[in-house]
Design a protein around this ligand. Structure first.
Ligand code: 2AM
Length: 184
């Protein structure tokens, strides 16, 4: 059971800037109101690695391990709507470039090295738009969105509150190139 004073519920994610967030919202509007559980605008994100409940005291070691990661920036192409039947979420997603998958691998390694235990699932890059969607929505497809990614974050989830950014990391040197070429 979670001890709120000692535990944090955490995950690594890509966190859209205002321009990308607006572009995601625009595509979400295309779906209409799929359920009453629309993800609030300020919480839209793309999870890289979910660590779940961890001891707060582990955080400094985790941050230090992630500081050592060297990874390049990339462009995440979001060009599909989809639905996970088990989780009952409707999402905007796409295909991860190799450098994004590599970043997720490095985050897995760094988290384990820092002594954190978590269940590793297969990474399916997606931004949840609606929860409690009980049947497959007839979505059509979105106008593709190219998201130039230059950083990632560690988020804390506290029930009923906006996600809180605990830390931000910049991605590497090719990043300026990615930013210069990226178009939203
Ligand atoms: P979801 O949006 O697909 O539900 C905060 O809860 C974030 O972590 C969400 O993006 C959520 O994914 C993801 N998440 C929550 N529980 C998870 C789990 N058990 N495994 C993987 N990701 C999870």
């Amino acid at each position: 059971m979670q001890d709120k004073a000692r535990d944090v519920r955490i995950f690594f994610a890509l966190w859209p800037d205002q321009a990308v967030r607006s572009a995601i919202i625009k595509r979400r509007e295309q779906l209409g109101r799929l359920s009453r559980r629309q993800v609030p605008d300020h919480n839209l994100h793309l999870t890289l690695l979910f660590l779940g409940n961890q001891r707060r005291a582990m955080l400094s070691e985790l941050l230090a391990a992630v500081d050592d990661i060297q990874a390049d920036g990339f462009v995440m192409l979001l060009d599909q709507f989809g639905w996970f039947p088990a989780a009952r979420v409707a999402w905007l997603g796409g295909t991860a470039p190799d450098s994004a998958s590599r970043l997720v691998e490095l985050l897995n390694e760094a988290s384990r090295q820092s002594g954190i235990h978590f269940r590793q699932g297969q990474w399916k890059p997606h931004i949840t738009l609606f929860r409690q969607v009980h049947k497959q929505p007839d979505c059509g497809q979105p106008q593709p969105l190219s998201w130039p990614v230059s950083e990632f974050v560690l988020l804390e989830s506290v029930s009923g509150q906006p996600y809180r950014i605990l830390h931000r990391w910049q991605l590497g040197t090719r990043l300026r190139e990615v930013k210069a070429n990226g178009v939203v």
